[in-house]
Design a protein. Sequence first.
Length: 410
Amino acid sequence: MRVLLSAYACEPNRGSEPGVGWGTVQALAAHHEVWALTRANNRPAIERETARTPMPSVHFVYYDLPRWARWWKHGQRGAQLYYYLWQLGAYFTVRRLHRGIRFDLVHHLTFVKYWTPSVLALLGAPFVWGPVGGGESIPGAFRRDLGPIGMAHETVRDLARWVGEHDPLVRLTARRSAVTLATTPATADRILRMRGHNVRILSQLGLSDRDLIRLASYPPPAEAPLRFISIGNLFRWKGVHLALRAFAQAGLDAEFWVVGDGPERSRLQCQAAALGIASRARFWGRLPREEAWAMLARSHILVFPGMRDSGGTVCLEAMAMGRPVICLQLGGPAQVTKGSGIQIPACAPAQAVRDLAEAMRRLARDPAHRQELAEAGRRWSADAYRWEQKVEHINAIYREAVAAAADGHP
């Protein structure tokens, strides 16, 4: 097929959403002629990668707003507004392309957020939306544990989500989709309320064969010291404060490493000192992907206490490396880590901390169980999240969408 993909975030050798965009484009290139619409600032990294490994069936289409319309955007500041305006501006580019090429199907990949629109839905070709996420919410009992700033942030997010759900363009995107892919049941439920069509659950995450081989090549860490690790941006909703409390409560002769940066870093370091674990809790800051993998390889167990993640790329990477995962039974990680770690029910902060501590003690004292979970994680990551395997499922969805359009159905 001639497929147009919208992949605002799309960059090789990256995790999170840029990795989702790149991995999907790369996997689909083996089956279709692909036009990938992405931001112009991704161009240098993409061209370096395609110079090493050409993808002749992929045509990258780069678009950005004019300089005068993007001077105010710096990092995450203004990213959501910029993305919305980028979608609107890109419509005229993709409309001209569609007139000349006549795409068989269009597919929105990234951003992975259900409450922002996709202009591709307006082209008139069969449209697949997702996987999209963002329907996950922090349970009420945990919100009170976020502090005033954290609670204010979640309130603003709730408001932005409500506005998005009532945006005519977002609702049109939902109604125009032949198939909608949601990362979690919570997101699927919200899309159905917007009259989304044919909603399925499918994680946005995946790993290439190259990544699976690379991750599997890391040797097991030394037996001592036992090392727990958390990797990710340090926001309050990521729950690292819960992990540190649990580690202190577990009372183990072990270390806890934190890889990542963000507004919570100094608060977490003060918390570690107050808990009496400052000498055993090390904060490494933000590291490039390969260096973060090397830190993960030196650790025994990944602790991922995020409270509203749609995915959790690092959970998948840890599984492929053979490192058990401890996570909360919330959002994407609960979908990803089936049988390859310990999922903690999230009823209240004190209960979650207590159960996290018990999970840490259990895995610390039972190396055989750690090995059992490690082998399950390797199998599950390769069987369910290998890009080359996932694309077969996506191809079936494409055929269904095209057949439905040929029959005159939405």
